[in-house]
Design a protein around this ligand. Structure first.
Ligand SMILES: [Zn+2]
Length: 143
């Protein structure tokens, strides 16, 4: 008599979903790492940049404030990549994140000492787009 048939074996599709999710997360991480490694260095792009701080706050698209504390991100200008990608703060969000590289680099190239903007999350929650919007303020100094 075969015993295998009596075990509670999860449906194959469940296992496949789990494997797929783990694989996707690992791949996203690897992609982010290689993007950071391949990105040009901030120092090369902006030799005159002395210091950069980004204040970051996430809100919902409907404008309700107070999704969480305001984050202060002190950029190590000597070694940082010229890449500004902030992960989405909502754990339900898939494939999300805020890429503010272009607008931050434009402000720094223009030698702005204070600049601000916002960026909607590009991810999704279930079938709906993610509702997070990231507001940021940059404070920079130059030599
Ligand atoms: Zn998101």
């Amino acid at each position: 008599m075969r015993r295998e048939g009596r075990r509670a074996i999860p449906p194959a599709s469940f296992l496949a979903d789990q494997r797929k999710q783990r694989g996707e997360a690992a791949q996203r991480f690897a992609e982010r790492r290689s993007r950071e490694d391949e990105a040009p260095r901030l120092r090369q792009q902006l030799p005159g940049l002395a210091a950069l701080v980004l204040e970051i706050e996430e809100r919902r698209r409907d404008g309700i404030v107070g999704m969480g504390p305001r984050h202060i991100k002190r950029i190590v200008v000597e070694s940082a990549a010229a890449l500004f990608v902030v992960p989405c703060g909502d754990p339900r969000c898939k494939e999300g994140g805020h890429d503010i590289t272009q607008s931050v680099m434009a402000a720094l190239r223009a030698a702005r000492t204070r600049f601000e903007g916002h960026e909607e999350c590009c991810g999704s929650q279930g079938n709906a787009p993610c509702d997070r919007v990231m507001y940021y303020v940059g404070i920079a100094s130059y030599t």
